[in-house]
Design a binder for this molecule. Sequence first.
Ligand code: URP
Ligand code: ZN
Ligand code: ZN
Length: 493
Amino acid sequence: MEQGLDLTIRHGRIVTGDAIIEGDVGVRDGRIVAIEPGLPPGARDIDAAGRWVLPGGIDSHCHVEQLSGMGVMGADDFYSATVSAAFGGTTTIIPFAAQHRGMAVPDVVRDYAERARTKAVIDYGFHLILANPDDRTMMRDLPEAIRNGISSLKVYMTYDSMKLDDYQLLDVFDLAREHGALVMVHAENNDMIKWLARRLIERGHTAPKFHAVAHDPLAEAEATNRAITLSRLVGTPILIVHVAGGSTVEVIRSAQTLGARVLAESCPQYLFLTAEDLDRAGLEGAKYCCSPPPRDAGSQEAIWQGFADGTLLTYSSDHAPYRFDETGKLPKGERTTFKEMANGVPGLELRMPLLFSEGVLKGRISIHQFVELTAANHADLYGLSRRKGRVAIGTDADLALWNPDREVRIAYDDLHDRVGYTPYEGKVIKGWPEVVVSRGRVVVENGRLHAERGSGQYLRREAPIFAWPPRCSGASRPRAGLLSEALAGAKSG
Ligand code: URP
Ligand code: ZN
Ligand code: ZN
């Protein structure tokens, strides 16, 4: 090695794209420059004996310093959110720059960029939330945002203040196809939910558990099927976010089997919580209210299966941090109904440890699938794969050193977000990312943060096409062809 190394990570079990290598990772100027046993000492050496050396996670669905559709500001800013993510082994986040009705996209993007710039401690990009697809947005601002590196956007089929109708969805899908962007869809049938909610409230059923009744699995499955149908009409790939119900997994799997260009994501709350968690004493269940809501044991199993067989490609937190007080979950105190509670659960920090413990260590997914679901597939889908998502020579040295033997009893007091609680309090898990490295900087070590505010970098993302085909392992391998074709279709029109 002619030039010296800045950092050498020694004797680790390194998971690269296809292989597991027992050896060292050499880092120079923030990049990985060597992966082999017996590297020379770096300016700094870290002993990774007995540790998995994995790519730092990419969390491609989280809400940070964002005004919700109901007009509620989340509890985490770009500092607390990125610190929390880093402690959980995540080194890149892609939160949302949220356009609300009446807002212009350039103002929205500038606003979020400015807030993140001085606070983030790890790297970040943005998706755009599109709620105002007026002529100016569609003809000028949105194409420009895509060209400038915001190569994905989220649309809502529910929430009165956010939802697009089918006509507007067709327009957005068409535009995304033309410009090579990926559309993320929040698929729930707004009228079904409103109809059910109104009847529940009229009968005095206002407790948090009725949130899960109003957000019936049929509302999710119907909207998912409709979104896929609309996207087929236009020939645009879409990604269904936060899949919760087993019936929705089925809708997606059958559409994929028929050749539909549909990708999908799910989240920890759909693997580790159920609707029964909403049925807790008093208003406690509000802490578990998110949309779609957690379902039942059968749906949890379907989500595991979807991850194992490649129907679901990304595992994100959907971190939506609302405190258990009048600023978030309880705007009307004790009188708050399920319709008035902010929707969302925290998850940035525990996303990866939960999946490592319950997925990898319990044999539900392989270590390669863990890497794909938490990092590599996000990099491919969101135009980051030249730099992020895999341990490979030439990529950013974003790494997490996992101790598979460390047992952790989850306690909110040990976490780093500002939500005030965790839905997973008291759960005992195994495995923890003890050292986390972002672009060669050791940002977490010995339970301490070593990163300055504002040291995270903005990521201007490429179009998804450049990252294809993805390298799916094990049972998910057959999907690669479908996905490759999906995005090739996006590019060629
Ligand atoms: O309940 C949720 N998921 N809240 C966050 C907003 C969203 O729709 O992702
Ligand atoms: Zn959503
Ligand atoms: Zn979300």
